[in-house]
Structure formats: structure tokens, C-alpha cells
Design a protein around this ligand. Structure first.
Ligand code: PLP
Length: 377
């Protein structure tokens, strides 16, 4: 891919092969579990044999995501499957792993209920504290540190390059959960991380209709271990998901642009409201993450967090609004609000909400939210 192309071109053209006369512009999904072997040994000359380990639609999708990430991509059935692979491809019994204490809560559940059972020693450090922890020698003896930046749901940002520099000195691998940023918004591999991981259920595919995840790396040995883990554990996406993921990511640049414009307006509206406190959006002037986000990230996205008085206030806001839907997840074309305390995993107040700005018209979203906020005062 031409390195000077912009995000719109990259979103559409990433991973594309040279045009073949008579072929469709984007390859159609190949629906197959086993493939003909004929009289050849399995996988002779790179032929496909069985879709849990390889299929053409997966290769097309992985080629595209890997080009955006600047590495080799392996796609997984969900973001959690990708995170599990990132940890278990490099850590085993007795290894120490550092996870974000303030990141996506299911990652902590994975650690507490699964990884620790197998003797992996897990330590938790918050996103605002991880740089000081790493540069202060905290990674000594640590096999893997996972960063999540911006963190979900509180949207704190940490310095990936500073942590990877410290990690190099202790031989610690750095993985970054890049879900909130997306591969267009941040390139952890270029900042020194060994792996970038994403829940592609979110903005990368962005239509709230499929589950996917991925890990990309530039390290061939890590790639082989991740691939082995995926093929043996069987967390490979099938052809329909891979094709739909590839089709959906073509519009990533357009969707992110509208979502970010909506988030900028929504963050200002929330900050001006007397019934809202603690508005966070890393690109809003004065946000604790804004200086680092501007330096490290390539572009903004549509996820905003804020706090209302209590659970009842959130319920009233949602009941009054016509465009803001109660739903979890984020990064889709619909604007949604998620009261995080209802899931029980995040250390947040009962009225804390994560807003995911969709691609509706900014004026409509602002008018609708403003009326719903006014009804609370
Ligand atoms: C930051 C982050 N990482 C990982 C995941 C897990 O992704 P999935 O739901 O696709 O398994 C999520 C899901 O919300 C997330 O927000």
C-alpha cells in the first residue's frame, strides 16, 4: 500500500491484491470448512486444507487489518479471544503479567477466573500510573504488560513509547489493547509495542452486528505462537464474519470522522450542563489526557464518558431521549449510552455513563441530548 495514502484510501484499499480482469472489486466470501485435497499432501504449495487454520476470506481480512496496524494480523472470533491469545501465546505458569486495573473489566475477569488458575501471577496497575511504574523498575521480572489506551471506560491515556522503552530494559513484552483508538487512531507497533490487540466488534467494523477481534505483530516468532494458539484453541472467525468485517472497515475513516465530530459537540454540551460532572474526551481542551493524546494519537474517536447524579437520573435521561439508545459496546453507527455500574465490573459511580457517539447528524444528537438533559434539571 502506498505509504502516503490518507485514512480514507487506506480504509478501502488496505490488503487489496492487484486487479484481475473479470474478478469482483472485493473478493466474495468462500464458504468452506474442508477444501479438496486431491492427491496432494495437506497444504501442498500453500493450498487451503481446513478453515479452522486457514481460509481465503480470513487472509483477505487479515491482510487489510495488518496493513492498517503496520504488522501481520491474526483475526479472532471476538476481542476476548484475541486478548486471551495475546497473553497465553507468551505467558505460562509462574510468569508475571501486568494488566490495567481500570481497563475493560472482562480482561480482569479473564485473569482472576482463568489465568490465575493456571499459575499466571497477575498484577494490576492503573493507566495513569503505568508509566511511573514501568520507568521506576516495576517491570523487572514481568513477562508481559498489557496497556489499554485510551482506557475503557474512563478514557485515560498512557505513554506507549515510554512504557515500551522501559520494558525493553527488562525484556518485558508490551501488548496494547487499541480497541478505543482503532488502527487509524493509534499505531502501537510503531511506538515499540510487540502486539496490538483490538476488539473489532467495536469501531473497526462499527455496525453493531458482528463479533471479531485481532492481534497484529511484527515479530515472526510471536506471530507463529499466536497462530498456533488460535488454531489449536479454535477461535478462528468463519468466512461470513471475516468478509463482513472486511466490508465494514472500508468506511472506518468516514465513520470515525463523524463520530469524532459528534463527540466534540456532545462533550461540550455535557460540560456546560449543570446536571453533569466529570466529562472526559481525550481531545477536549483541558482533559487530563489531552496533551498526551494529541502527541501520541493520530485522530479522535466518538467515545465520551461523564457522570450524572445517580442511576435514576440516567434512567430518566434515556426515557426522555429518542436518539440515544441504552446499549453496551461502542463504536457503532448508532449513538448509545451505557451506565457502566450496572455491569458490576468497573470502579465507577452509579451515575457514570459511557456515551458512544454514532454517525447521526450532529445537530439532531445535540438537540435530542440537550432536551433530555434539560428535563433532569
Ligand atoms: C477495550 C476492550 N477490549 C476488549 C473487549 C472485548 O471485546 P469482545 O466483546 O469483542 O470480546 C472490549 C469489549 O467491550 C473492550 O471494550
Amino acid at each position: 500500500m502506498n505509504p502516503t495514502w490518507g485514512d480514507g484510501t487506506r480504509s478501502v484499499r488496505a490488503g487489496e491484491a492487484d486487479p484481475v480482469p473479470g474478478a469482483p472489486l472485493r473478493p466474495s466470501p468462500v464458504f468452506a470448512a474442508p477444501f479438496h485435497l486431491g492427491d496432494q499432501p495437506p497444504r501442498a504449495a500453500g493450498a487451503d486444507a481446513y478453515a479452522r487454520t486457514e481460509h481465503p476470506t480470513l487472509r483477505d481480512f487479515e491482510g487489510a487489518v495488518g496493513e492498517l496496524d503496520g504488522g501481520r494480523c491474526l483475526s479472532f472470533a471476538t476481542g476476548m479471544a484475541a486478548l486471551t491469545a495475546a497473553v497465553l501465546a507468551c505467558a505460562g505458569t509462574g510468569d508475571r503479567v501486568v494488566l490495567p486495573s481500570d481497563g475493560y473489566y472482562t480482561t480482569r475477569l479473564l485473569a482472576a477466573q482463568e489465568l490465575e488458575r493456571f499459575g499466571i501471577v497477575v498484577q494490576y496497575v492503573s493507566t495513569p500510573d503505568i508509566e511511573a511504574f514501568a520507568t521506576g523498575g516495576g517491570l523487572d521480572g514481568v513477562r508481559l504488560v498489557l496497556l489499554e489506551t485510551p482506557s475503557n471506560p474512563q478514557l485515560d491515556v498512557c505513554d506507549i513509547a515510554a512504557v515500551t522503552r522501559a520494558a525493553r530494559a527488562t525484556g518485558t513484552l508490551v501488548a496494547v489493547d487499541n480497541t478505543t483508538a482503532t488502527p487509524l487512531g493509534q499505531r502501537p507497533l510503531a511506538l515499540g509495542a510487540a502486539m496490538t490487540v483490538g476488539s473489532d466488534t467495536k469501531a473497526l467494523t462499527g455496525h453493531s452486528d458482528l463479533l471479531l477481534g485481532h492481534v497484529s505483530t511484527t515479530d515472526d516468532e510471536l506471530y507463529a505462537r499466536l497462530q498456533g494458539w488460535r488454531n489449536h484453541s479454535g477461535s478462528t472467525p468463519g468466512p461470513f464474519e471475516a468478509w463482513l468485517g472486511h466490508r465494514s472497515m472500508s468506511t472506518l475513516d468516514l465513520r470515525l470522522a463523524r463520530q469524532a465530530a459528534n463527540a466534540a459537540a456532545v462533550a461540550e454540551l455535557l460540560a456546560a450542563s449543570p446536571v453533569v460532572t466529570g466529562v472526559r474526551w481525550p481531545w477536549r481542551a483541558g482533559d487530563p489526557s489531552s496533551a498526551l493524546a494529541a502527541r501520541q494519537m493520530l485522530r479522535p474517536n466518538g467515545v465520551v464518558s461523564a457522570e450524572l447524579a445517580d442511576e435514576a437520573a440516567v434512567a430518566r435521561l434515556l426515557a426522555t431521549s429518542r436518539l440515544w439508545t441504552a446499549a453496551t459496546s461502542f463504536g457503532g453507527v448508532h449513538s448509545t449510552i451505557d451506565r457502566r455500574a450496572q455491569w458490576g465490573g468497573d470502579a465507577v459511580a452509579p451515575g457514570f455513563v459511557r456515551l458512544s457517539c454514532g454517525i447521526e447528524d450532529t445537530a439532531d444528537l445535540v438537540e435530542d441530548l440537550s432536551a433530555a438533559l434539560a428535563a433532569l434539571s
